[in-house]
Design a protein. Structure first.
Ligand SMILES: Nc1nc2c(ncn2[C@@H]2O[C@H](COP(=O)(O)OP(=O)(O)O)[C@@H](O)[C@H]2O)c(=O)[nH]1
Ligand SMILES: [Mg+2]
Length: 230
């Protein structure tokens, strides 16, 4: 057993997951995939690689996939819990660099929007959506973090325990924002490490209007509660 485990949520990533799992073999990490019953056979590929998979009954959302995966990882004796996407957007070479910083902050965020970070092949629409969500979250919640929506992270288990993940309610990508907010509220130290996010070459994004809407709604209501001092 390694001291770090990578939790990877998947839904229909059959064309990407094998490349990622192969590359991750070079790093001293255990791997846990949380697959939402992908009809394309994603889970079967993972099993061929000898990787542990939690197979859920259907597409239950990114937030709940992470809650499930983190709960299992926390029940074991790891020091760090890593999260990254399955679609090749998060580079294993960037993870190797991020891991060199373990111990310096309890939450390390792989950040697109700090100096030396960036994006490749992303549509202008997605870039503005990400920049806009970060600007809005920082305006209303004063988080002071450039890439609060990044799904490329390393958590110290001590911080994850303080966060009480079972009480994080976000269903979609807003999970990242709620986790960051809670981490800061529980006294967590947060550092951002520059990464290059490369848009997927295979498969399709699971981002939807409903997912974006949940984030806008939750950020707005947290901002309002903050304003009235609650
Ligand atoms: N288990 C699970 N994984 C999901 C779900 N939605 C997205 N993912 C995974 O989360 C990661 C990020 O999703 P992606 O569609 O690439 O989002 P984007 O990069 O923002 O366009 C990928 O590994 C997806 O397969 C879900 O409902 N359940
Ligand atoms: Mg993606």
């Amino acid at each position: 057993m390694n001291t770090s485990i990578v939790v990877i949520p998947t839904y229909n990533e059959v064309e990407s997951i094998g490349t990622l799992l192969g590359a991750l073999k070079a790093l001293p990490v255990d791997i846990l995939v949380v697959d939402d019953g992908s009809p394309d056979g994603t889970a079967e590929i993972c099993k061929e690689f000898g990787v542990e998979v939690i197979s859920r009954s259907g597409k239950l959302g990114l937030g709940s996939a992470y809650r499930t995966g983190f709960a299992l990882a926390l029940a074991r004796d790891y020091h760090s819990i890593i999260q990254m996407d399955a679609d090749g957007s998060h580079q294993v070479s960037d993870l190797a660099r991020m891991m060199e910083w373990i111990g310096t902050s309890e939450l390390l965020i792989g950040s697109r929007w700090v100096a030396d970070g960036g994006i490749e092949n992303w549509s202008k629409f997605r870039e503005y959506l990400s920049r806009g969500a970060n600007a809005y979250a920082n305006l209303l919640l004063s988080l002071g973090i450039k890439d609060v929506t990044s799904g490329f992270r390393i958590y110290d288990v001590g911080l994850l325990r303080r966060v009480e993940i079972s009480t994080i309610n976000s269903e979609g990508y807003c999970f990242q924002i709620e986790m960051t907010r809670r981490a800061l509220a529980r006294g967590g130290s947060v550092g951002e490490i520059p990464i290059t996010f490369i848009e997927r070459a295979h498969g399709v994004s699971k981002m939807s209007f409903a997912i974006a809407f949940e984030a806008i709604l939750r950020i707005t209501s947290w901002g309002f509660l903050r304003l009235i001092g609650r």
